[in-house]
Design a binder for this molecule. Structure first.
Ligand code: HXC
Length: 525
């Protein structure tokens, strides 16, 4: 038996490493670039801090299936896995390589994904998956499928333990969509990424409907139905967005989100704060854009909106206030008056649960006329689906601050972080209207018969109607009854909002998730 010299052994190692860095053909790499997509390795390098990537499983390859010595078994098996840092904080990553068997998931490939997710769990750091794959590798059959299914097991076991972020940067089809769907955040790239359960050919075959990849599963479609949180125009901006998202998140469920420098001027009222006094019309039915309010309350340029194109009557996203990460949930009066729907409540509930899992306090801006009435909503399950938000607020263990900007009527009041639901701090602007319903509807129900009688008798019904409206407004459409009962902690001027939220968050520092265990109370014996 002959041995390689050490220099030959090192040369052989170098050769293997070289091959592992370029497992795809020049043709497939060129094809990838021509589509405006980066390669899997380029993506990892751009995502992570320079030089921080530590690859694992670099020399793993598929088990030979034939006796053919030329059987294609590229190093890495089509997925790059490892750990690196973003702004110095650790993350685990897998990046699917479309230039190798179309990024399809084989046995070894799936094992590598599972291994990197297990490393994320052991070391308590987030897992970021860059998806670009033709799904389960057809030629590996059940071995591909069974190992792939294990990825879903890891997604579920890691849920609520470490943040999981998926970026769809190419195809993600069939059962493969369910792994990203189980993660906390899904981003897509416009034009080059597609996500669908059944591709256009099969749709045509089964239903006779002619459709395209874009129409079926393009980024816009997925953004509009809530399957993806954010759409970016190219790979580079999608990866930059992941870095930004990560800046709001802790490493895991027992870590705190990173604290940026507190604002030394937080107690001062500046011009930006004063602009808040002008944005929200006092008339309850006039529209305005709540993002204008959010942007004047949070730390400058810190609002990172998610699900912007889905369920537009509610706005969600991360931001910072006084340097702290917060999750924002706000009714959007510029869209259908900010009414609650089955979609908007699911959108907010899911986000609230995500924040609660990862120790991000919730700041709610309420200005809501109630739940959308009508057949479509009732038949769409608004009772069951709408209840999710009520549940999520009541179960939340992170600090919660709600600001009533204007109206909060009926069931929508209860489901937007009310004090009775164990919300921590409730603030109201002076025009806050916390009531069962608005004045016209209330007057009609309470005094309909009386008004009808005036009409029948030829009296001045308008004068009486106006008087009743004013009476109702004075009695119910102000924040002061709620303040008197303690359901609102403070009534504040709009320009005081940023300062008061910051104080509310400070007040709740150290909020305990569960009642502390004790041997017994200390009875005065
Ligand atoms: C093996 C695959 C593959 C797959 C693509 N390739 N998908 N190889 N298994 N699933 C290979 C092709 O053979 C080709 O290899 C290269 O990738 C590029 O594929 P093209 O078809 O030339 O590229 P394109 O025109 O861009 O089309 C991409 C595509 C299409 C839309 C992804 O390839 C496709 O429809 N693939 C099958 C998708 C699918 O139905 N997957 C199964 C989903 S079910 P060469 O060598 O020619 O470059 C699933 C179950 C998961 O994944 C279960 C989880 C529990």
């Amino acid at each position: 038996m002959s041995y390689l010299s050490m220099s030959d052994a090192i040369a052989d190692l170098r050769d293997r490493r070289e091959q592992s860095l370029r497992p795809g053909s020049e043709r497939s790499i060129a094809k990838q670039h021509a589509r405006g997509k980066m390669t899997a390795r380029e993506r990892v390098e751009l995502l992570l801090d320079e030089g921080s990537f530590m690859e694992v499983g670099q020399l793993r390859r598929a088990i030979a299936r034939t006796d053919d010595p030329n059987e294609r078994r590229p190093f890495g098996d089509g997925v790059i896995t490892g750990r690196g840092t973003i702004e110095g904080r650790p993350v685990c990553v897998f990046s699917q390589d479309y230039t190798v068997f179309g990024g399809s998931v084989g046995e070894v490939y799936a094992q590598k994904m599972v291994a990197i997710m297990e490393l994320a769990a052991k070391t308590g750091c987030p897992i970021i998956g860059l998806a670009d794959s033709g799904g389960a590798r057809i030629q590996e059959g059940i071995l591909a499928l069974s190992n792939y299914a294990k990825v879903g097991v890891l997604n579920v076991n890691l849920s609520g333990v470490v943040p999981q972020i998926s970026v769809i940067m190419g195809t993600c089809a069939g059962g493969a969509v369910y792994s990203p769907a189980l993660t906390d955040f899904t981003f897509m790239v416009n034009g080059t990424s597609h996500m669908f359960v059944t591709g256009p050919e099969v749709v045509q075959e089964v239903t006779g409907q002619a459709t395209t990849m874009e129409e079926l599963g393009g980024a816009s479609v997925n953004a509009e139905v809530g399957n993806c949180h954010l759409v970016e125009e190219d790979d580079a901006s999608a990866l930059a967005a992941v870095r930004e998202l990560f800046s709001y998140l802790p490493l895991n469920n027992v870590d705190e989100p990173p604290r940026h420098a507190p604002d030394p001027y937080i107690d001062e009222i500046d011009d930006r704060a004063l602009e808040l006094d002008q944005i929200v019309p006092t008339e309850a039915n006039k529209a305005y854009d709540v993002v204008e309010v959010i942007e004047r309350v949070v730390d400058e340029d810190s609002f990172f909106q998610l699900h912007e194109r889905w369920a537009k009557t509610i706005v969600i996203g991360f931001a910072r206030i006084d340097g702290r990460s917060v999750g924002i949930i706000a009714n959007q009066p510029s869209h259908n008056a900010g009414v609650m729907t089955y979609d908007s409540t699911e959108k907010a509930a899911r986000f609230l649960r995500t924040c609660d899992a990862y120790n991000v306090p919730i700041v709610t801006f309420a200005d809501v006329p109630g739940y959308m009435p009508g057949l479509e909503q009732e038949r769409g399950g608004v009772i069951r689906r709408g209840a999710k938000l009520f549940y999520a607020y009541i179960e939340a263990k992170v600090p919660t601050v709600t600001v009533y900007l204007r109206k909060a009527y009926g069931g929508a009041f209860a489901t937007m972080g009310c004090k009775q639901g164990d919300n921590d701090v409730n603030l109201a602007w002076p025009q806050g209207e916390i009531a069962v319903m608005g004045a016209p509807a209330a007057v009609k129900i309470l005094h309909g018969q009386q008004l009808m009688k005036i009409i029948q008798e030829g009296g001045d019904v308008k004068a009486e109607y106006d008087r009743l409206i004013e009476e109702y407004k004075a009695e119910h459409l102000t924040p002061y009854p709620a303040a008197e009962h303690g359901w609102v902690d403070r009534v504040i001027a709009p320009h005081e909002t940023r300062r008061e939220i910051a104080r509310g968050l400070r007040l709740m520092d150290g909020r305990r998730k569960d009642a502390p265990l004790r041997a017994h109370g200390n009875i005065p014996l």
